[in-house]
Design a protein around this ligand. Structure first.
Ligand code: ZN
Length: 155
């Protein structure tokens, strides 16, 4: 196993510790958090604090994403670095990092969300679906765009 995939497995284990169970949407949250850290931290050489805003339907299994994001990014409800917005269907996470004018938007592919919910209703186990999400190519699961924020809000 590469360092990269060992780190990913550890992040999943940590997210399960927080959340209480393993599931596909928790793993989606972990993957969103990884993208945010990889892209914004490397843009900013590890400096600055990350802020997240997640739009998601506020019921399970979708809301399980929030704990994956919290566990992986340490943007939490408690430290006020996570804002949660209710959406009807779409799942989008936006991130900013202090001391940077870059912002990142991560979109979860709605076809994959539909596929997962269909499989849940047909009785597929959380573990099987979580593994499918964990091993899915990133670009199939997530789309993202980096934007320049020309008037960075001072926090
Ligand atoms: Zn859950």
């Amino acid at each position: 196993m590469t360092e990269e995939s060992k780190q990913f497995r550890t992040q999943i284990t940590d997210a399960v510790q927080l959340h209480g169970h393993l599931g596909p949407f928790l793993v989606i949250g972990v993957r969103i958090g990884r993208v945010a850290k990889q892209i914004l931290n490397s843009e900013n050489q590890g400096k600055g604090e990350l802020y997240a805003s997640v739009e998601v339907p506020l019921h399970t299994p979708f809301s399980c994403i929030l704990d994956g994001v919290q566990s992986t990014t340490h943007c939490t409800i408690g430290n006020q670095r996570l804002r949660v917005e209710k959406s009807r269907r779409n799942i989008t996470a936006r991130f900013e990092i202090t001391e940077s004018d870059k912002a990142l938007a991560v979109f979860v592919n709605p076809e994959i969300v539909k596929e997962v919910t269909d499989k849940i209703s047909k009785g597929a186990t959380n573990e099987t679906l979580a593994e499918a999400i964990a091993s899915m190519p990133r670009d199939k699961l997530l789309k993202f765009s980096i934007t320049e924020n020309h008037s960075p809000e001072k926090r």
